[in-house]
Design a protein around this ligand. Sequence first.
Ligand SMILES: Nc1ncnc2c1ncn2[C@@H]1O[C@H](COP(=O)(O)OP(=O)(O)OP(=O)(O)O)[C@@H](O)[C@H]1O
Length: 543
Amino acid sequence: MIATNIYKRHLDKCGANYTPLSPLSFIERTAHVYPDYPSVVYGERRYVWAETYARCRRLASALSARGIGLGDTVSIIAANIPELYEAHFGVPMAGAVLNAINTRLDAPVIAFILGHAEAKVLLVDPEFSSVVKEALKQVDRPDLLIVDIEDPSFDGGERLGGLTYDALLAEGDPDYAWSLPGDEWDAITLNYTSGTTGNPKGVVYHHRGAALNAQSDILDWDMPKHSVYLWTLPMFHCNGWCFPWAMAANAGISVCLRAVRAEPIYAAFRDEKVTHFCGAPIVLNMLAHAPDHLKDFDHQIKVMTAGAPPPAAVIEAMEAMGVEVTHVYGLTETYGPSVVCAWKDEWNIKEPDERAALKVRQGVRYTALSGLMVADPDTLEPVPADGETMGEIFMQGNVVMKGYLKNPEATDKAFTGGWFASGDLGVMHPDGYIALKDRSKDIIISGGENISSVEIEGILYKHPAVMEAAVVARPDEKWGETPCAFVELKPDATVTEAELIAFCRDNMAHFKAPKTVVFGTLPKTSTGKVQKFALRDQARALA
Ligand SMILES: Nc1ncnc2c1ncn2[C@@H]1O[C@H](COP(=O)(O)OP(=O)(O)OP(=O)(O)O)[C@@H](O)[C@H]1O
């Protein structure tokens, strides 16, 4: 007898029971349900959902009328302003792929991206017109449509094309009948990695992953409906960790911000009654060290942090100010956050330092992620959950990128045995929470022992004189490598090399303590991370 599965008979997908997952459906619903609720705020400019939705439809319609559609790239280089928010909907509503370019890149890299992405349109914020002008000289693309965004609140910049963003919107239909993608696997955005590990690679996201991760953002952060979200995290970075779409699903308010400085951030906390914001640990550190008179708010604020290991001292400082920290971890390749240090109520009774020690761990799967493991990169055998055995961190599921654009070799290398290899090293704790120890290329091997630079940095941050710290390997004849710390001190603080080394030795195994300390400003990448490769060069020169 032929075995049959009764659930396979006459139970097929059809238009009634299956539509592609896409975050575009979120804005349509929210504009329908909450048309007059605030959506986007930028200084004096205030929109409600009906307006934001109409502007996105105009953009889609205008792009479409100009022949932009499926498989085309629309690039944008902009600060966190409403136009960049709208592009997250208007561009894919036209069927095209949004490529938000990192605003801190230099002209040759921008030129590389425009060429590699085969961009058809480039939307330009006036703040970046001069670097774009330089980049355009280096790309041979006379057909590229340049659209200048105008921002009366920004002083400077120049027009590069013959069309403004508002004029483009005016060409469009506010009632444009856009449609969901034919396939949820269709590309929605293209994000270039910052290139700290080589040439920028074009990470492609699909509608399905974008919808799922945006929903996880809300779920894994317990975001109440109509949250007030401050845009401190660049929207160009992994599409702002999917928060443009999350805020549409949440029917929340996006408070746009051009400059990520303590003063406007604290002013927004107070004036807009911000409830949520995201930022790399360096942003949290900046806020913690801002003058006290700025810290003038008395409502509950939550921050989500990732991008680099958050030192326990920074978490403690934020929480002492009444800002609740949620620690997440991910990569451009995983739509931003895909792992969260899911908090447990029973941890609330612990002392602040114990709470921070639990929270510096990267944690467990985001709701949208299917698999997370720490494993031997050669055998893919998971390491024991002992909190000590190091392995590589692997992810699996719908919030792992489609792959790298036009780069099958890199895609094949990243996907191994059904898993995405993160290039990060970590351990699995007995309670199932992972902790990241280093990027594989950052680990220090001294006398045959692995030393985690992250662990040493965590100790250095606890010293009252230290503002920022980064540790790299310094070549050493006897030990192979020794830890070399680069330290930026707080204004007016003083401490000697010997004192800092002694402080580390008092707080960790002696062999792990840095042997050298160099004082000075730390070089940063375009995403605000410390440029460890530059520090490694400096450490090598010392040797
Ligand atoms: N919570 C976190 N704790 C520790 N490290 C983190 C955390 N979140 C992210 N990271 C680090 O950031 C990396 C992802 O960064 P991202 O995808 O932005 O790439 P990049 O470093 O800017 O560029 P490239 O991929 O070119 O090196 C992770 O692999 C990890 O090393």
